[in-house]
Design a protein around this ligand. Structure first.
Ligand code: PMP
Length: 449
């Protein structure tokens, strides 16, 4: 075989070659079957190789795949924009299309800054974010992210934005009620705004449920309601980063819908096209768009592939599939079953400190000591080992290690396609249990050497 020159995540590793997929399963060229227990990168929410999407892809390609957004609109993109406006809360009626989650959050960052410029407040250009967060890999998005492992090498090049802590119920201080904890964490935003000066702050960005840097960390009720109040009080825009949580993943259209809070912008990616095409978006309120329309009239963002008809047609077919098969409701129902089964595992296995989640976005956190919740040193790579063992057994799970050494431990995300059945969840749990047990045994042996 000819030598491969593709740059892979781990340069020395030999990766299996994918052959095909169907529903929740993937198959490699050796014929090995995998349960896609994390929808790839929490992306393939309708499952693999869905005929309707393939047909829509072909139909659009036969007409036209690419027409530049400065020259044309397309039926597909208009219909897609209308569908998102129908689903989005409040007056979030406008969508700016991009091709990745990082582009979506960076576009939101730029629109926030531009909005305040158009309102004659150009000093409002700081974005406040949270330590436990991930908003993307490009420099602007990384500046707003707390994912230590991904930031580390580039810190001198990143914008020095203010950060606050995120509520982390599993590691809440003792003796504080969840309700008070929610308010304490939210009030950190007010402190940060006052410290920097409200005249400097453009926006606050947060994931409704923390994904890659925490492993499905769900905030307590009351947190986002208080965040909204603080943002309103100090004229700070609230950006909900729904790249992972959007389009039904948590059992509602958007994660933030669980708390009845309306953000000023929502960013989307991943499940928006279920991985059938690179597609992402920044959904924006009437107020922001009206302000920019009455000012310069131009949004200063965009990429070559933004709003191309091919990706729009594919994404639209995905959203229609989600609607036709009631996948928001299915995610809520089957997700509750998945969480119940994960909590059973956590009760049984000493390595699992916490099982948590919302809808079909669940996480397991591994600890050295269940009583003290002491995390493993990151050098033990416990979640990495669970992921590798699961892979061996034919199950894919996703890493969620933000790198806050000693503060947050290793976690993994379990987030299968929203279409998964109860029987398939049972099969997934069986494989996961085997993987965690193997790592537990390895760690025990290592400790006794
Ligand atoms: N925001 C969130 C919440 C994410 O989970 C991710 C991807 N893990 C991103 C942004 C970045 O998306 P992408 O990898 O498509 O650039």
């Amino acid at each position: 075989m000819k030598r491969s020159y593709v740059i892979k995540p781990e340069l020395e590793k030999i990766y299996p070659v994918i052959s095909h997929g169907k529903g929740i399963y993937l198959f490699d060229q050796e014929g090995k079957r995998y349960i896609d227990g994390c929808s790839g990168a929490v992306t393939v929410s309708i499952g693999h190789a869905v005929d309707e999407v393939v047909e829509a892809m072909y139909a659009q390609a036969k007409e036209v795949s690419f027409a530049y957004r400065s020259h044309f609109s397309s039926e597909a993109v208009e219909e897609l924009g209308a569908k998102l406006a129908e689903w989005a809360p409040g007056s979030l009626n406008w969508t700016f299309f991009v091709s990745s989650g990082s582009e979506a959050t960076e576009t939101a960052q730029k629109i926030a800054i531009q909005y305040w410029q158009e309102r004659g407040k150009p000093t409002k250009n700081r974005i406040i974010s949270r330590w436990m967060s991930y908003h993307g890999i490009t420099m602007g998005a990384l500046s707003m992210s707390g994912h230590v492992l991904r930031r580390k090498r580039f810190v001198p090049l990143l914008e020095d934005y203010p950060t606050i802590s995120a509520p982390y119920p599993y590691r809440k201080p003792d003796g504080v009620s969840l309700e008070d904890y929610a308010l304490q964490c939210a009030n950190e935003l007010e402190t940060a705004i006052l410290r920097v000066g409200p005249e400097q702050v453009a926006a606050f960005i947060a994931e409704p449920v923390i994904g890659a840097s925490g492993g499905a960390v769900v905030p307590p009720d009351g947190y986002f309601q208080r965040i909204r109040e603080i943002c309103d009080k100090y004229e700070v825009l609230f950006i909900a980063d729904e790249v992972m949580t959007g389009i039904g993943r948590t059992g509602k259209a958007f994660g933030i819908d669980h708390w009845g809070v309306v953000p000023d912008m929502i960013t989307l990616g991943k499940g928006m096209s279920s991985g059938y095409t690179p597609m992402a978006a920044t959904v924006v309120s009437d107020e922001i768009i009206e302000t920019i329309k009455n000012g310069s009239g131009l949004i200063m963002a965009g990429h070559t592939y933004s709003a191309n008809p091919q990706s729009a047609a594919v994404s639209l077919a995905v959203l229609k599939y989600v609607e036709k098969h009631s996948l928001f409701e299915k995610a809520a129902e089957q997700g509750a079953y998945l969480l119940e089964r994960l909590q059973e595992l956590a009760a049984e296995l000493p390595l699992i400190g916490d099982a948590r989640g919302l809808g079909m976005l669940c996480g397991l956190e591994f600890v050295k000591d269940k009583d003290t919740k002491e995390p493993f040193p990151l050098s033990h790579n416990v979640s990495g080992r669970v992921i590798a063992k699961a892979f061996e057994k034919g199950l894919l799970v996703y890493p969620a290690v933000g790198g806050l050494e000693g503060i947050a431990g290793d976690s993994v995300i379990i987030a299968p396609p929203l279409t998964i059945t109860k029987a398939e969840i049972d099969e997934l749990i069986g494989l996961l249990k085997g993987a965690v047990e193997s790592v537990q045994q390895e760690l025990r042996q290592q400790a006794s050497i």
